[in-house]
Design a protein around this ligand. Sequence first.
Ligand SMILES: *[C@@H]1O[C@H](CO)[C@@H](O)[C@H](O)[C@H]1NC(C)=O
Ligand SMILES: *[C@@H]1O[C@H](CO)[C@@H](O)[C@H](O)[C@H]1NC(C)=O
Ligand SMILES: *[C@@H]1O[C@H](CO)[C@@H](O)[C@H](O)[C@H]1NC(C)=O
Ligand SMILES: *[C@@H]1O[C@H](CO)[C@@H](O)[C@H](O)[C@H]1NC(C)=O
Ligand SMILES: [Ca+2]
Length: 519
Amino acid sequence: MARVPGSVYVLLLCSFVTETVLSDKADHKRNVLIILADDGGFELGVYSNKICQTPNIDALAKSGVIFNNAFTSVSSCSPSRAALLTGTPSHQNGMYGLHRGVHHFNSFDAVTSLPNLLKSHEVITGIIGKKDVGPAALYQFDYEQTEENNHVNQVGRNITHIKLLTREFLNKAHNDNKSFLLYVSFHDPHRCGHTDPQFGPFCERFGSGEEGMGLIPDWHPIYYQWEQVELPYFIQDTEAARRDIAAQYTTISRLDQGIGLVLKELEEAGHLNDTLVIYTSDNGIPFPSGRTNFYDPGLREPMIISSPEAGARRNEASYAMVSLLDVMPTVLNWYNIPFAQEETNEVQSDKPKSLLPILQKEPPFSEDEAIFASQTHHEITMYYPMRAIRTRRYKLIHNLNFGMPFPIDQDLYVSPTFQDILNRTRSKQALPWYKTLKQYYYRPQWELYDIRADPAEMKNLHGKPSLASVESALRERLERWQRDTSDAWLCAPGAVLLQQDHGPVCRDLDTGLPHVARR
Ligand SMILES: *[C@@H]1O[C@H](CO)[C@@H](O)[C@H](O)[C@H]1NC(C)=O
Ligand SMILES: *[C@@H]1O[C@H](CO)[C@@H](O)[C@H](O)[C@H]1NC(C)=O
Ligand SMILES: *[C@@H]1O[C@H](CO)[C@@H](O)[C@H](O)[C@H]1NC(C)=O
Ligand SMILES: *[C@@H]1O[C@H](CO)[C@@H](O)[C@H](O)[C@H]1NC(C)=O
Ligand SMILES: [Ca+2]
């Protein structure tokens, strides 16, 4: 990364503290590049995976802060993207599930989105890749190359095409002489078996140059031996699952090289030293306990933020508990635009916050920090509302629809890993997995885990007398967050929510189920 003398930055910094981008006198713009992976996980060198090679993401990490405790607020594509672009959880912005096709979810019309807000502050905005949110009027970028006007594989996986579009956008921003926000939303390493099975389970053959697969000139696929992949604890140790992971790794080589190309375009446009770069992923990897789950493989995300400012931390890890809900306040803070939040009773630390201070200095360690999660659907048929709070040590999950089997999405269903679990369970073959299918499907109403002692979340401590005060404190804090974010599910499943002058009240249904808010 190009460096400039510290004194130049000090001067510029001062001018930004007191002025917004609108009145910026310095001939120097502040820009943001958000790079989002689709279902990307920790298959990255920087997160200690020794097999999957990701030199470009690792290089980005060297120039920034690596977050070890970053979490999405919802483990599903459209809801996570809507949360990222509004700074609000899914139940608050209305994106309860997937946006496209029969699912048809949209955010509420009155929500404020990052691109729309930036437009009114003279920042030019661009999206390249998978958008997957609506309504269109609420999420309007000045430059859009998405699945709405292209094939998603071209804008989301063809890294040569993505490179050229990035160049086009940066030219436009240069000609407009404005600060920019560029959101490059890769479709990699999302699965493909459900939509384009000819390209393999992870679309790893798309553009590989093999017969009939087309060519992506800038991509040099990396292939892996299935025996050698790093098997996460939540995936069964079988050849079928390992081959699935090897395919995922190959697709990650396309994502990683694509990120290298985008960063090179940024550099060649002269913006490495004035652009905040954020890398993260929308939700967990598409394996059991991952995407659509509130277990850590579904909620934890890689996150790297690289700030060009003098004195910014480089090649350092942060252990702060952070949420993808923090991205919007972080970006606004970078442009010095206030982030308007509703006045609530929420304790300050439970609200989305700018992460810029962490890029300068690690905050003091606190056992109190928490992140929150809210999921209602993924596909329209997958009604399985969950709410959760996770501190460093504990996680409390409330499964509101716990009587039903945990729903399985179409994309996971057709995957070699899930088919292998089904086949082995049906034919009573050995299944070297950390759960049984039945345990996976049937979950209790409350799940409480001591993550420090039990990182795989195997031992449910709900109701344990020695943890009674811990559990009730977590429940109260989760309930307060639900109230403060206007959660319509506040009283579910044991009661009905009624709006009264002094706020929402829960009225018991006499189902025999205890509910959160007894007031
Ligand atoms: C670009 O905008 C800045 C103000 O942000 C102004 O000082 C500069 O003259 C402009 N450059 C051009 C080429 O218009
Ligand atoms: C990827 O994009 C490039 C540039 O637009 C094009 O030449 C190439 O054919 C595309 N590859 C595939 C597999 O679509
Ligand atoms: C960034 O680098 C370019 C070229 O190296 C230089 O012209 C420009 O002044 C630098 N900008 C800042 C804000 O330091
Ligand atoms: C599962 O069983 C079906 C039917 O016997 C078979 O076609 C498929 O290849 C098996 N899949 C895996 C991953 O074992
Ligand atoms: Ca996703």
